[in-house]
Design a protein around this ligand. Sequence first.
Ligand code: SF4
Ligand code: SF4
Length: 150
Amino acid sequence: MSNQPFWKITPLEAMSPTQWESLCDGCGKCCLGMVDDPQKPDALKHTSVACRLLDPHECRCSSYEDRHRFVPDCVRLTPTKIKTLSWLPSTCAYRLLSEGKDLPSWHPLVTGNSESVHNAGMSVRGRTVSEREVQQNGGDFTAYIADWPT
Ligand code: SF4
Ligand code: SF4
């Protein structure tokens, strides 16, 4: 038996559902609204606007299993799809492993502490504005374009 952690020795395609889900570091960055990049055609920019289902403190989906009932366009990540999603943050564990890289030192699987992603300042905690609030104020997401999520 190898002493290596599963993410170092198991291809993404061969992971169990539990292993796959545990890779998510809980940063919440992929749950931010995006807008067209004013500088680059066909590119997207992140904003600090949180999806209506995102818990802004836990940085997790508040209705993950049922989310497509409320947010039909929420993307379901797969090993194949990851390679096509250029907007996935550079810190995303799925993206890193898909690119042949390791998990960062602050990843909860490495530290054994689910708070480590927040303590390292790598999550959206304390940095978002609610989608509902933005919509109540005219719905202009471009006013919230942000570089930090990438
Ligand atoms: S960006 Fe990646 S690691 Fe972060 S919440 Fe989304 S899927 Fe999880
Ligand atoms: S539905 Fe849930 S998982 Fe999907 S973007 Fe919104 S908060 Fe994130």
